[in-house]
Design a binder for this molecule. Structure first.
Ligand code: ATR
Length: 284
């Protein structure tokens, strides 16, 4: 019996997750297939119920279903509870377990691909959406010294900052543009973009220009398509170190694979497949 896993979201056609998961299944010689499970909100309950079938190993969950999915699962981890969102489901003999691997995937890329120790770092985070919540939890646990969240809607920045409360000594929320964000950027060791600005198909203005980026900072854009986002190009102009979003995507996927199969994820194979799939998508 061919085992199945898939990506639940809307839309999902842009994703390279199927390519990197299939590469991992094939690497281990598993009789398994990864599918695009594009799902409208009104079909979510049925879609998730189908994951209990014995041939289904689990699913990855993306926008806009990371919160709503929780209503239909049996068990959740502490991270899922803290964030109110999940990105992975595993079918454990008909019981549905929900995980959040965004937190660990985000931090692992910083450690392994940028060689960063987050302890004591001053961080500017752009954006306060769903991805930002997981990022804030990851940063807070790693012992950063201060966090400023800049968002178009400041009330959301304040709310997301609450995820770090009690863990980070200084937490600030500022509007997305203007003096306060420029000041936070000037004093930052790490600048993270979690907004959708710069994403292929979304576009928009660059969140920070080179003149506002210290050459000593690490600039991390979790957008992975295009690989050279407008923000990363500004960061390079400023002489800053850069990190794109593909490593996080691969680590998030690797952890999902390990939950489903109990096997070690072939990270290098998954990264190569992701890069190839991304290059093919950018050519079209
Ligand atoms: P995700 O789950 O990927 O984080 P999201 O929850 O829709 O996606 O969040 C998108 C983020 O990008 C938000 O911080 C959003 O700002 P608002 O909270 O003010 O909406 C930000 N964003 C999207 N478009 C933007 C734009 N044109 N300018 C500034 N910020 C933008």
């Amino acid at each position: 019996m061919t085992k199945l896993a898939g990506l639940i979201g809307f839309p999902v056609a842009h994703s390279v997750s199927p390519a990197l998961q299939q590469a991992a299944f094939d690497y281990h010689g598993l009789d398994a297939r990864y599918e695009y499970w594009e799902t409208q909100p009104e079909d979510l309950a049925n879609r998730i119920a189908s994951i209990r079938d014995s041939e289904v190993m689990g699913a990855q969950v993306t926008v806009p279903h990371k919160q709503a999915t929780l209503e239909f699962v049996d068990t959740i981890t502490d991270d899922v509870r803290a964030l109110g969102a999940c990105n992975v489901l595993a079918n454990e003999g008909g019981t549905l377990a929900a995980f959040n691997t965004d937190v660990t995937g985000f931090v692992r890329a910083l450690k392994e691909d940028a060689g960063t120790d987050l302890k004591g770092k001053r961080v500017l985070l752009l954006g306060a959406g769903g991805a930002a919540r997981a990022i804030v939890l990851g940063l807070a646990r790693e012992g950063i010294a201060s966090l400023v969240i800049a968002n178009r809607t400041v009330a959301k920045a304040i709310e997301v900052g609450g995820v770090a409360s009690g863990l980070v000594a200084e937490i600030g929320a500022v509007p997305f543009e203007g003096k306060a964000v420029a000041e936070a950027a000037a004093g930052a060791d790490l600048i993270v973009n979690s907004t959708t600005l710069g994403m292929s198909g979304v576009g928009g203005s660059v969140p920070l220009i080179a003149a506002a980026i210290p050459s000593t900072a690490l600039v991390y854009d979790i957008v992975y398509n295009p690989p050279d986002t407008p923000l990363l190009m500004e960061a390079k102009k400023a002489g800053a170190q850069t990190l794109g979003g593909l490593a996080m995507l691969v680590y998030v996927g690797a952890e999902s694979f390990e939950q489903w199969t109990g096997l070690k994820a072939p990270v290098a194979v998954m990264m190569a497949a992701a890069q190839k799939a991304l290059a093919a998508k950018t050519r079209h």
